[in-house]
Write a protein that binds this ligand. Structure first.
Ligand code: GLN
Length: 543
């Protein structure tokens, strides 16, 4: 039997609902259950692909090419279960599908309405592809009380009614603030938020109370009685660091036990949390630190690079060092001599990005890394910048640039107009739709023998990694770029799309067209991040 746990949030946003959902997934998995997580997002964009990462954080890409909410990244990192297209939907997607069906005559004769047509479509999304799973955890984006989340709440209310308590449960995440002037914890916001949920017909079965300190038993009981929840199901969720300690902390507060109790499943045996204890132990025992500069554009909202920051942390776990991240807005390197700031770092990373602003600063950072032999990792846009830098400063093409920024004389990076997916060719034209039209998801790269990346990937002749790009390194310039010493060490199987470049006469200089950070896990650090941090450790002379 598949059971559904619906996770909503109240009081304020940014309480860490995604991590709480992911941690519950990890706990159920550690008890041997088969788990799948999903996210319902109330905004009107069909997917987050067209949004700036400074709005909702990074766009997480799945193997099957969906551009999704960053919480799916948390789900994958905590459970190791790879998400698909079908695990994230938005109001925009639901309406687009319902309206397309209406235009096609699919509701012939009916007045199409939010209830039941939109709510039915949401219920279908929640219930599809659930065979074989013990638990489906469904996180509802936004905060209870928002107008835009109402159809989602109505849909899960109906599902709760249809499935009954044996198959459904509602977990509500709230905030219990401490008021310094009164020296008291306040339960009223939680009471109001639970009432708000009751207004739409949902009685929470468990409360996860975010708080910056212990919640005394008396307060816990007060919350339980006002909110109509068993006292054991009021779970204090205190701030813990690192985030990989969250499953352990929530387990100690009884979260997984109470979920199992709700579903009348046995809970006397302890879950196997060795994996999490090992990660936390490795992080606390880390000795020494390396400093990595991340030279990007969206550095004012660190969620823009969530998976990247996590993958670098995983590289630190693998090397038993602390990784300190220095987020640098690339525009500062457009002033003369500003690159000196990079003197102190042990590795430089230029991440993914879009648009021309800040690119000259990124190119300056690549040049510094290349000339000063500082370990360099270029990801997607970062690889494209590395190629432009080599073309300009080593390849005698001072005009080299990307056609993303307009026409230029030496477009060493150009618009991808066609590529293959299996036996079919996908075509794109300049000026087409921007949503969902990039080269997205898992594609194969063939690795050259004797290359650094091939050894990093343990000698694998080919790899699969996730992509999200519209432009590519122009293969017509391959000869001229190789003459500068740059090696094209990974190519698409048809040899048309450069996937990886490296500089053999440098301690560690790798650019990849894909996003390796999306597949890194704390219990299985990505080999490229592991090796990049190892190079930074050598740079810092820690070994
Ligand atoms: N803007 C570049 C492209 O579309 C790089 C994209 C990225 O870094 N994800 O190809």
């Amino acid at each position: 039997m598949t059971r559904f746990v619906f996770i909503t949030g109240g009081v304020v946003s940014s309480l860490g609902k995604g991590i709480a959902s992911a941690a519950l997934g990890a706990l159920l998995l550690a008890r041997g259950y088969k788990v799948r997580l999903r996210k319902l997002d109330p905004y009107l964009n069909v997917d987050p692909g067209t949004m700036s990462p400074t709005q909702h954080g990074e766009v997480f890409v799945t193997d099957d090419g969906a551009e999704t909410d960053l919480d799916l990244g948390h789900y994958e990192r905590f459970t190791g279960v790879h998400a698909t297209q079908r695990d994230n939907t938005t109001t925009g997607r639901i309406y687009a599908d319902v309206i397309a069906k209406e235009r096609a005559g699919g509701f012939l004769g009916a007045t199409v309405q939010v209830i039941p047509h939109i709510t039915d479509a949401i219920k279908d999304v929640v219930k599809r592809d659930t065979d074989g799973y013990d638990f489906i955890l469904v996180e509802i984006g936004g905060t209870v009380g928002d107008i835009e989340s109402l159809p989602f709440l109505e849909a899960i209310r109906q599902l709760g009614n249809e499935l009954g308590p044996d198959q459904s449960m509602f977990v509500h995440l709230t905030l219990v603030p401490y008021i310094p002037s009164a020296k008291e914890l306040k339960t009223k916001p939680t009471q109001h938020s639970v009432k708000e949920l009751l207004n739409v017909g949902i009685q929470a079965n468990m409360l996860l109370c975010r708080c910056d300190r212990e919640i005394p038993e008396a307060e816990r009981r007060k919350i339980a009685s006002f909110c109509n929840v068993r006292p054991e199901a009021v779970i204090p969720a205190l701030d813990v660091a690192p985030i990989y300690a969250v499953p352990i902390a929530y387990h100690e507060q009884g979260m997984d036990r109470e979920v199992l109790r709700h579903f009348r499943l046995p809970f006397d045996r302890e879950p196997d949390l060795t994996r999490w204890r090992n990660i936390v132990a490795a992080m606390t025992a880390a000795e020494g630190e390396v400093h990595i500069a991340i030279v990007g554009k969206y550095t004012n909202l660190l969620d823009s690079y969530k998976s990247l920051a996590e993958a670098l942390t995983h590289g630190g776990i693998a090397n038993k060092v602390n990784v300190k991240l220095d987020w640098v807005d690339s525009e500062i390197f457009e002033k003369p001599d500003a690159v000196q700031r990079l003197e102190a770092v042990h590795g430089i990373l230029v991440p993914g990005g879009f648009g021309e602003r800040g690119t000259e600063g990124k190119i300056a950072a690549v040049r510094f890394a290349r000339e000063r032999k500082v370990p360099f990792f270029g990801i997607c846009f970062g690889m494209q910048m590395a190629v432009i830098e080599a073309a300009r400063n080593l390849g005698g093409m001072p005009e080299a640039s990307s056609s993303e920024f307009g026409p230029c004389d030496s477009p060493v990076v150009g618009l991808m107009t066609e590529w293959s997916v299996g036996n079919t060719v996908v075509k794109r034209e300049a000026g087409g739709d921007l949503g969902g039209t990039m080269r997205l998801g898992a594609y194969t790269a063939v690795l050259s023998e004797g290359s650094l990346v091939r050894s990093i990937y343990d000698g694998a002749p080919s790899i699969e990694e996730r992509h999200r790009h519209r432009y590519e390194v122009n293969v017509n310039y391959r000869g001229r770029l190789e003459a500068t010493g740059m090696r094209f060490s990974g190519m698409s199987p048809d040899g048309e799309l450069p996937e990886i470049v490296e500089l053999p006469n440098h301690p560690w200089f790798v650019g990849v067209q894909y996003h390796p950070e999306l597949k890194s896990k704390p219990f299985d650090p990505h080999p490229l991040f592991k090796d990049f941090i190892a190079a930074a450790v050598r740079q810092a002379r820690l070994v």
